[in-house]
Design a protein. Structure first.
Length: 401
């Protein structure tokens, strides 16, 4: 068995006829899988009637939420921003106004990750998200070539030109951004919903005066706001065509989805956790010691809303983990394509993603003019984008009959 989070990898090997169809095995040995995994997820791994993967589900529907240092806002006499213009003013003040009071210009107005990750709320202000498909005039159109994306890139470029955006962002891996948050160099950023328990908590530990609050998502010039919605499938469990162990694989994954789910997600009752006054009480030393269980549980994550709520609140209500997810889920921008990766995606997606990231990064950092976006759109279409669009819209027509 192999597990991958890459839709392109998955469909590429389906195209090569290198993966085993699992329909019969799931029918015989996958009762829990069939009960716990919804039709939309099965559709995502089914090609021409054959199920080529057992999907692991995204437990949450979105990831990003903006957090900011309230103590910095208060010190600079600023209110929590709401519009994209107000955000720009706050971020400029955070970059130039010495919010940490050390007399040095060593804070960023905004920091993001490499690959232009952690930009979702700012793109949402312009009505667009990365790698999504939206309906326009009865057809699905790729978000990365829309005029709204050009407007969003121009905005990020303006932040870079004003020294508001962290100039090191193309090199910011997650641990680098996390260190900047923890050491007080970043006071506003698009956090992952769990960052309140990691980077933000570390900053509070380093600086007891630090007070972080969630912000409303920025509203753009046309009233747009929101963040990307995750795919319902997080990863794919596949069996190579020449494998002789498909039966054992399906039985193993069925156990994870069924009787093993609670122990793998929460740990063993009375050893890792107990219930106190109806709430989950976690023994954190044991929780950490048994963290390996997450590797197995993640192979077939299923959506268990009450268990998720219990677990997140048990990790510490002060981290607002469940509240963060609720805020995100009420501001999702729907990706209208949720079918299986298309054959053309298997052929072209990797090179098109590389082209997109390189073009966007050069535009934001001022190494290419904003007009380069138009050349990118033309090249994207000619390099396989039009072929992908055709297949996506064929799926769209079939599913909307």
């Amino acid at each position: 068995m192999l597990n991958t989070s890459s839709p392109s990898w998955f469909i590429n090997f389906v195209n090569q006829k290198a993966l085993m169809s699992l329909n019969d095995y799931i029918e015989k040995y996958g009762a829990n899988l069939k009960a716990k995994i919804p039709k939309e997820a099965w559709d995502n791994v089914t090609v021409e009637g054959n199920i080529y993967a057992i999907p692991s589900l995204n437990e949450v529907n979105g990831t990003e939420i903006i957090y900011a240092r309230k103590d910095w806002l208060d010190k600079l006499g600023l209110k929590p921003p709401r519009t994209i213009q107000e955000y720009t003013a706050v971020m400029k003040a955070f970059a130039e106004g010495d919010p940490d009071g050390n007399g040095r210009k060593d804070t960023y107005g905004l920091s993001i990750l490499e690959h232009l990750e952690r930009t979702s709320p700012f793109l949402g202000a312009f009505g667009v998200q990365m790698n999504a498909w939206y309906e326009r005039d009865g057809k699905l159109v790729y978000s990365g070539i829309l005029p709204e994306m050009k407007e969003a890139l121009a905005y990020l470029r303006s932040l870079y030109d004003q020294d508001i955006l962290d100039p090191e962002f193309p090199l910011n891996k997650i641990d680098v951004l996390g260190e900047k948050v923890a050491t007080g160099r970043v006071g506003l950023y698009s956090a992952a919903w769990f960052d309140t328990r990691t980077h933000i908590a570390e900053n509070r530990k380093n600086d007891p005066s630090a007070e972080w609050i969630p912000l409303d998502f920025p509203v753009g010039p046309k009233g747009n706001h929101g963040v990307y919605s995750t795919s319902n499938v997080r990863s794919y469990n596949v069996v190579p065509l020449k494998s002789h162990n498909a039966e054992a694989v399906v039985k193993f994954l069925d156990f994870i989805a069924g009787p093993g789910q609670q122990a793998l997600k929460l740990g063993f009752e009375n050893e890792v956790w107990t219930r106190v006054n109806g709430k989950l009480s976690i023994r954190f030393a044991e929780h950490t010691k048994h963290a390996y269980r997450g590797i197995y549980g993640a192979l077939v994550d299923t959506v268990e809303k009450e268990m998720t709520k219990d677990r997140l609140e048990g990790l510490g209500e002060q981290f607002r983990l469940y509240d963060n997810l609720q805020r995100i889920e009420s501001n999702l921008m729907e990706n209208r394509f949720n079918g299986p990766p298309t054959p053309a995606m298997g052929k072209h997606q990797v090179k098109l993603s590389k082209l997109q990231e390189e073009t966007y990064t050069l535009i934001i950092t001022g190494l290419s003019p904003i007009e380069e976006f138009d050349a990118f759109v033309k090249k994207w279409k000619e390099s396989g984008g039009d072929e992908i669009s055709g297949e996506v819209n064929e799926w769209w027509r079939e599913t909307n009959k």
